[in-house]
Design a protein around this ligand. Structure first.
Ligand code: PEP
Ligand code: MN
Length: 364
C-alpha cells in the first residue's frame, strides 16, 4: 500500500553543524552524577547534539532494573541546563509522554518493543495530537517493515511532522554475530518508499558489543543514513543495563573521528562513468527478467505435461542435481554460494507454485 508521510526536514528543526549527527548517552539513567559526567564529556564532541537516557526501561524479566522513573527527568532537565544538549527519552505509554512534556524533554523516542503493538502506538498518537515535539520511532523487534511504517503513519497522522526512523536491527532466531541482525535491506526499502524521512542507525543495539560498533556505524554512513544513536556511559563496566555495548565518551569521540564520510555525488566525469555503468546494469536486469519469464513459461509446459501423465510435481533427485550443478557453475564464475542457494531456492519455489496452480486448475 502506498502512502506519503508529511515530514519536516531534519535541518528545519535541528541545528546540524557536522555530519553525521549523533545522539548519545547511557542506555539507562542511573544517578544524576552519571548523567552529568557522561553528558559533559560527550557535549565536547561537535557531532553530538542530543543526549539520550532511558528512564523507564522495558526489560525481559521483571526482576531486572526497570529504570529510575520520574526522578530521572529532573536530572535530565539539569543536564540540559548544564550542557545545552537537547534531551531525548523513551516513552512507552501516555503517562510517560505527559511526564516527559511536563519536564521539558525535547525529543521522544518509541522503543522497538512498543512499535510491535499498534494498540500502544495508537494510544501514544492520541496524546501526541496537537503537541509539537520531535518523535523518533525505532524499528519493531521483528523484521516487519509494514509494522514500522504503520507506527510512523499513526504518529504522523497525529500531526507530528518532526519524525525520524531509527534502525536498531531485528531479532533473529539463529545465533549470529549481532545482538539484532541489521537486515539493511529493510531501512533501504523504507528510504526508497519515504525519501524525505530521516533515518538514523543505532549500532549499539544492532551489535550488542563494542567490537562491531565502528564497522556498523561506517556501513550506516555508506548507506546515507542521516545520523547515529550510540550508547555511552562514563563507566560501562558498572552500567545497570546494556553494559557490554556501551562505550566511554572518549571511545565515542575516537569512533566518530574514525568514520569516513563519503560524498553522495562525485564530479561530472565520475557521474558520466557511473551513468554508463548504470545503463549496463539496467540492460542486464532486463535480460534477467526476460530469461526468468521464458524459464517460467517452460515450467508451465512441464507442469501441463506432468499433469496429463499423472506424475508428481516435486522430483527431489532432479532438484538436487540442478542445485549442485548451478552452484558449481556459479561458484566457478565468482558468485557467492549463499547467494546462489537463496536464488535457486526462490526460483524453485516459484516453479513448484506454478505447477501446483496448473494441477489445481484441472482439479477444480
Ligand atoms: C534503548 O534504546 O535502550 C532500547 C531499549 O532500545 P530498543 O527499543 O531498540 O531495544
Ligand atoms: Mn539499551
Amino acid at each position: 500500500m502506498n502512502s506519503a508521510l508529511n515530514i519536516l526536514p531534519l535541518n528545519k528543526w535541528l541545528n546540524i553543524s557536522k555530519y553525521p549527527f549523533v545522539i548519545s548517552g547511557p542506555c539507562s539513567a542511573e544517578t544524576e552524577e552519571q548523567l552529568l559526567t557522561t553528558a559533559k564529556n560527550i557535549a565536547k564532541i561537535p557531532n553530538v547534539k542530543i543526549f539520550r537516557a532511558g528512564i523507564w526501561k522495558p526489560r525481559t524479566r521483571p526482576e531486572f532494573f526497570e529504570g529510575v522513573g520520574i526522578k530521572g527527568l529532573k536530572w535530565l532537565k539539569n543536564v540540559k541546563k548544564e550542557t545545552g544538549l537537547l534531551i531525548a527519552v523513551e516513552v512507552a505509554n501516555p503517562h510517560h509522554i505527559e511526564e516527559a512534556l511536563h519536564y521539558d524533554i525535547d525529543i521522544l523516542w518509541i522503543g522497538a518493543r512498543t512499535v510491535v503493538n499498534p494498540f500502544s502506538i495508537q494510544e501514544l498518537a492520541k496524546v501526541l495530537n496537537g503537541v509539537d515535539i520531535p518523535v523518533m520511532i525505532k524499528n519493531p523487534v521483528n523484521p516487519d517493515l509494514e509494522l514500522w511504517i504503520g507506527a510512523l503513519e499513526r504518529i504522523n497522522n497525529a500531526g507530528i511532522r518532526k519524525l525520524v526512523a531509527i534502525h536498531r536491527g531485528f531479532y533473529f532466531f539463529k545465533k549470529s554475530n549481532y545482538r539484532n541482525i541489521p537486515m539493511w535491506e529493510i531501512p533501504i526499502e523504507l528510504k526508497r518508499l519515504f525519501p524525505d524521512l530521516p533515518i538514523l542507525c543505532d549500532p549499539s543495539h544492532i551489535c550488542g558489543n563494542t567490537e562491531l560498533l565502528q564497522s556498523v556505524s561506517q556501513k550506516a554512513l555508506d548507506l546515507e543514513m542521516d545520523g547515529l544513536m550510540i550508547e555511552s556511559h562514563i563507566n560501562p563496566e558498572t552500567a545497570l543495563t546494556d553494559g557490554e555495548q556501551q562505550i566511554t565518551p572518549k571511545k565515542l569521540q575516537e569512533l566518530i573521528a574514525g568514520l569516513t564520510v563519503r560524498k553522495e555525488k562525485g564530479n561530472i566525469d565520475f557521474e558520466n562513468k557511473l551513468e554508463k555503468l548504470r545503463i549496463e546494469i539496467d540492460k542486464l536486469d532486463e535480460e534477467l527478467i526476460d530469461t526468468m519469464s521464458r524459464r517460467m513459461k517452460i515450467v508451465e509446459k512441464i507442469g501441463e505435461f506432468k499433469r496429463d501423465n499423472n506424475i508428481t510435481i516435486l522430483q527431489i533427485k532432479r532438484w538436487n542435481n540442478i542445485l549442485q550443478e548451478r552452484l558449481n557453475n556459479g561458484i566457478n564464475l565468482g558468485l557467492n554460494k549463499e547467494f546462489l542457494l537463496k536464488l535457486f531456492e526462490l526460483i524453485h519455489k516459484q516453479s513448484i507454485q506454478k505447477q501446483t496452480d496448473i494441477l489445481n486448475k484441472k482439479n477444480r
